[in-house]
Design a protein around this ligand. Sequence first.
Ligand SMILES: [Zn+2]
Length: 182
Amino acid sequence: MRCPFCGHEDTQVKDSRPHEDGTAIRRRRICASCSQRFTTIERVQLRDLYVVKADGRRVPFERDKLARSIRVALRKRPVDEDRIDRIVNGLVRQLEASGETDIASRDIGKLVMDTLREVDIVAYIRFASVHWDFRETKDFAAILESIPVGPGEERPAAIRVPAADSGAAVASGYGPDGIKRR
Ligand SMILES: [Zn+2]
């Protein structure tokens, strides 16, 4: 770290302590040349991610938006808030670790679906019915067939296959709001 006073390149760290709930580190430094003291704050710099939509539009990745869509899928399912936070964190880490700055919305959807399938099959179907374009309709029908249903419960039925990005998906019997349709 170059000294901001004299430009000397050798500065010593005198003290380091956690800053902002441990998400950053505050360091007191002293210049080896002019002995001026200054402070630096070091925080993790995550890469800025962009989502590339099906129509080619490129928009900044929004963690909150991802979290919202997952919360909608998991509404009233036996998955607590802590677990949802961990799921979202895990997904964001995976996206960041991909090494790409631009990520296709379809790839994000696939990643979320792969995760939700492990967490809760109903949430998976809800998410898939809203965000997936059902190119693999046959696979999806097989998934619906594989869902265990308890006594008195109704197996989610494929009602119709929505057009891509129609936003009106009801293929699983669940609306975009996560509420079961008849
Ligand atoms: Zn200096």
